[in-house]
Design a binder for this molecule. Structure first.
Ligand code: GLU
Length: 320
């Protein structure tokens, strides 16, 4: 049985770019006769709000999506909320530690903040961590750890990572790409990279379809699957939507929020029509329901280039 998921972080409202990811992940499973899971990735709790989680569920249902398992309906792999799954992260962390695959890092906080809290891949993290603490002597490390609580990093093996992405094609990441990454922050919070692998494995996810901002997180996740002896899912990374100004859609762009569209009386079929059009699934941006797209879905139809949402499209999309 194929199993897919949509795994938003409830730190803001969903915009049409997020909705497109959800729609395509849903279609991929519905077209394959598989199961679809909704999971809330609120591991970095201070950034998240229960109100955003509730809103996300309402927005997704308004669009016409459904799920077989999720925080609101439960399921065999519950809970579907990361902040309630810490025991599982503890367990996998313990295994990595026992196998000698982690090391304590006492580098400065500013340096860590950029790396640990960004769920958005290497590109947004700045320079790769150079492995400073990996090369300290045990005595030096013990002395430093006595004055500063360490974070824990996964020591990258010295070999490249290859994989085939169902949308982005063949991928090759040279050995050491991005540097040794944090799996547990100094404040005790597990990093996205570990939590997402733990959850996708525990929930028996076979297919991950998500935004291409996470493409370069994938080699890290594949190394964790391998280190933990877990089966990795197949990946499909879809190009992002950009606004008329050429910038990535963001949680602060009001007009493109699902909640704004919903509250302004825009029919959900119109939104889905545009999302399907931007995904190469229909010829014209005409109103359509998600269920009507199932038969014609194929990841091969999804364009490989980023999509720019024109002023005209935005005007039509948001008009009453
Ligand atoms: N929670 C992540 C986000 O909101 C997505 C994680 C994933 O799909 O792997 O960007």
């Amino acid at each position: 049985m194929r199993r897919g998921r949509f795994a938003p972080t409830p730190s803001g409202r969903l915009h049409i770019g997020n909705a497109r990811t959800a729609l395509l992940a849903w279609l991929q499973m519905r077209a394959a006769g598989g199961e679809f899971v909704l999971r809330l990735e609120d591991i970095d709790k201070p950034r998240c709000r229960p109100a955003f989680a509730e809103l996300m569920i309402r927005d997704l249902r308004w669009l016409g999506l459904d799920w077989d398992e999720g925080p609101d309906i439960g399921g065999p792999y519950a809970p579907y909320v990361q902040s309630e799954r810490e025991e599982e992260y503890d367990r996998l962390f313990g295994r990595l530690e026992r196998d000698g695959l982690l090391y304590a890092c006492t580098c400065s906080r500013a340096e860590l903040a950029a790396i640990a809290s960004a769920p958005h891949g290497l590109a947004s993290e700045g320079p790769a961590y150079p492995g400073t603490c990996r090369h300290r002597t045990p005595e030096e490390q013990a002395a430093r750890a006595a004055v500063k609580t360490p974070s824990y990093r996964f020591a990258l093996p010295d070999r490249p990572v290859f994989f085939r992405d169902a949308v982005a094609g063949e991928q090759h990441f040279p050995a050491g790409s991005g540097g040794d990454f944090v799996v547990k922050r100094a404040d005790g919070v597990y990093a996205y990279q570990l939590a997402v692998v733990a959850d996708d494995a525990a929930m028996r996810i076979t297919d991950v379809l998500r935004g291409s901002d996470l493409l370069d997180s994938t080699p890290r996740q594949l190394l964790l699957y391998e280190a933990l002896g877990l089966a990795a899912p197949a990946f499909a990374h879809i190009p992002l939507l950009y606004g008329p100004d050429g910038r990535r859609l963001a949680k602060r762009d009001d007009a493109v929020m699902l909640v704004s569209l919903r509250e302004n009386g825009v029919p959900p079929e119109r939104v889905v029509g545009w999302l399907a059009y931007w995904s190469g699934l229909i010829e014209r941006p005409e109103p359509v329901r998600p269920a009507e797209l199932v038969a014609g879905f194929s990841p091969d139809r999804i364009p490989k280039e980023p999509i720019v949402v024109s002023e005209e499209a935005l005007r039509h999309l948001t008009s009453r």
